[in-house]
Design a protein around this ligand. Structure first.
Ligand code: ADP
Ligand code: MG
Ligand code: ZN
Length: 610
């Protein structure tokens, strides 16, 4: 419908444009033709012509004289004209020469002059104005006149088109939202009994886990309109408009009830007002307006507010108190089964080979969120097209996992022989320690093919799905991380810059053992750091004295040093194995888990098999 209107608008515009151009052309031509028929003469010549009795008739207007000469031997002469200059004797002259004279007969019809003098200028102005406004309109988006209007998009029910079927691996979250859907379906059933439903629910979880998707699904299931707006949109564009936008939004929503209002990234406006050095008046006003609107409207009408955030801990307490966003729906990273389900959802529209094993892909993507998995499927489909296949095969998916999770393999980045050797020993160092220690995850893949993310090679382990890590496991993990550098020392007796990332990760793990998990004798179970922004980067903040801080460093160093020594010892004891596997890796560039395990004679549980 929108398209049609636009088309008509254009048509009218072009019609006006066309008409004006034609009019201008006609007038210019007219003048030109008139010019061809008449000829200019000097006033003195005109006087001469009178004296020579060559003139038949003179038409006098305010500023010119049109002179019609007498026919010469039956032939009509060109009409002449001249400027009218001050000549009080003109009439006398004409009379005495017996020339007919008078005003210019109205050959210009009144309609014509009306058109020229009134309609044409108005039309031109209208056209110019229209063109200019059109430009402005496009720039501002909604036109100059609608500054205060809310710009929340309204998705009608048919347009969200998303249902709970499209959201996988979030069963708990879905369950808590089903109630809201039911409420929106028939509010009276709830209000008859006197039950009050929560006005709002807050979807909380890391980015890409499907919060926005879930909110749309609720609207799709309930078949109600869906108003959605991002928190930042309240504050971003027009300063001072945030509060009025909130008001508009709720006004519209109440008219359309039952409906869902979805505020994405609510932390942009809902940030806690205390413990914040730089207060932001604009945001605070918007937040206050939001709070008062939430208090003000009557939830029995069927307006449900959903909001999403990655950072629930920064939200203002006032937002979370009962009667506002009192219900929290956790949307966490999917587990193994959840990941498989999500992959299934996203392969629905993709042609896949019948022997594809999505469980394997799910297994190799621990920690991936829904958005990553959707991306992997798409990347695999793209790869299939590139390879001129008509369906996606397992290899495409595996490659896509590498692309999304580890950065794209880039074969043309060439390492020198020496460097390649160093990288190979480094990676095998990691892998060997992982294989030889007891509390570690099995090796999934070792490669010395550089990635675009900057790694010259990497060793990937297959983490087992679990939620607790023991102290032994963490110590062994650190040992694995330091194994790369240890191998360089053992083989080349020199060290390189290649271990920087390992060092960073190992230090982080060791430090959190000391400060967060209470795993040292020295500090017993004392908490020395707390984690902020749990769902984002999870940066820890120290809360201890200077001296303790120094002691933390000492303890951390001790853990790392012990692990380093242990790694060196293991590799020294297995020097032959290290060399053998490294040579093979240099040859093949990539070793998969099974090949590697066969080489070192261990099974999946890191038990030596003879
Ligand atoms: P969030 O709002 O939590 O950051 P989105 O809802 O915007 O994440 O998710 C982005 C995309 O990732 C979705 O459009 C969808 O394609 C995919 N996705 C995320 N989570 C899921 C899920 N649980 N099931 C299916 N697809 C998902
Ligand atoms: Mg989102
Ligand atoms: Zn390394």
């Amino acid at each position: 419908m929108f398209n049609d209107k636009k088309f008509n608008g254009n048509k009218i515009k072009y019609a006006i444009y066309y008409a004006v151009v034609v009019a201008i052309v006609v007038f210019v031509l007219n003048d030109y033709v008139v010019n061809l028929k008449t000829e200019h003469i000097k006033y003195s010549d005109f006087i001469n012509y009178i004296n020579q009795n060559k003139i038949e008739e003179v038409q006098i207007s305010r500023d010119k004289l049109v002179v019609i000469p007498k026919a010469v031997s039956g032939q009509k002469q060109k009409t002449l004209y001249t400027e009218r200059i001050y000549d009080p004797d003109l009439v006398k002259r004409l009379t005495s020469a017996k020339v007919k004279y008078g005003g210019i007969p109205q050959e210009n019809s009144p309609i014509r002059s009306f058109l020229i003098n009134w309609v044409l200028p108005v039309a031109i102005f209208l056209l110019l104005g229209k063109l200019l406004l059109g430009r402005l309109d496009k720039k501002i988006g909604n036109g100059v006149m609608s500054f205060g209007k809310n710009t929340a998009k309204i998705y009608a029910e048919s347009e969200t088109g998303v249902t709970f079927n499209d959201v996988a691996g979030q069963e708990e979250a879905k369950e808590s939202l089903v109630e809201i859907v039911d409420f929106l379906h028939n509010p009276t059933r709830y209000t008859d009994i006197g039950a009050k439903l929560p006005k709002g629910a807050l979807l909380v979880g890391p980015p890409g886990t499907g919060k926005t998707l879930l909110a749309k699904a609720v609207a799709g299931e309930a078949k109600v309109p869906f108003f959605s707006i991002t928190g930042s949109a309240f504050v971003e564009m027009f300063v001072g408009m945030g509060a009025s936008r909130v008001r508009d939004l709720f006004e519209q929503a109440q008219q359309k009830a039952p409906c869902i209002v979805f505020i994405d990234e609510i932390d942009a406006i809902g940030k806690s007002r205390d413990n914040n050095m730089s207060t932001n008046d604009e945001r605070e006003q918007t937040l206050n307006q939001l709070l008062s609107e939430m208090d003000g409207f009557d939830s029995s009408k069927g307006v449900v507010i959903l909001a999403a955030t990655n950072r629930p801990e920064v939200l203002d307490k006032a937002l979370l108190r009962p009667g506002r966003f009192d219900r929290r729906v956790i949307v966490d990273r999917p587990d193994l089964k959840g990941r498989e389900e999500i992959l299934k959802v996203h392969t629905r529209g993709v042609k896949i080979s019948h022997d594809i094993n999505l469980l394997d892909i799910a297994k190799s993507t621990p920690g991936a969120v829904g958005a990553d998995l959707a991306n992997i499927i798409n990347e695999a489909a793209l790869r299939a097209v590139k390879k001129n296949r008509t369906e996606v095969i397992q290899e495409d998916l595996e490659e896509a996992v590498e692309v999304i999770i580890a950065g794209k393999e880039k074969k043309d980045r060439i390492l020198s022989k020496r460097e390649k050797r160093e990288v190979a020993f480094h990676e095998v160092g990691h892998a060997l320690i992982a294989a030889l220690l007891k509390h570690t995850d099995p090796v999934h893949k070792i490669t010395i093919v550089p990635t675009t993310m900057g790694a010259l090679g990497y060793t990937r382990q297959l983490p087992t799905e679990k939620y607790l890590n023991s102290k032994d496991e963490m110590l062994d993990q650190i040992c694995v991380m330091l194994g790369g550098r240890a191998a360089e020392e053992v083989e080349f007796n020199s060290i390189s810059t290649g271990a920087s990332n390992d060092i960073e990760k190992a230090t982080q793990t060791a430090r959190s053992m000391v400060t967060i998990y209470g795993m040292t004798d020295r500090f017993d179970m004392m908490g020395l750091e707390s984690v902020q922004d749990k769902y984002l980067d999870g940066r820890p903040v120290q809360n201890c004295s200077q001296e303790t801080s120094t002691a933390i460093d000492e303890e951390t160093l001790k853990i790392i040093r012990d692990a380093h020594i242990r790694a060196n010892k293991i590799l020294n004891e297995n020097r032959e194995l290290l060399t053998k596997v490294s040579e093979i890796l240099i040859d093949k560039e990539t070793l998969m888990g099974e090949e590697f395990m066969a080489l070192v004679n261990v099974n999946k549980d890191n038990e030596i098999v003879e």
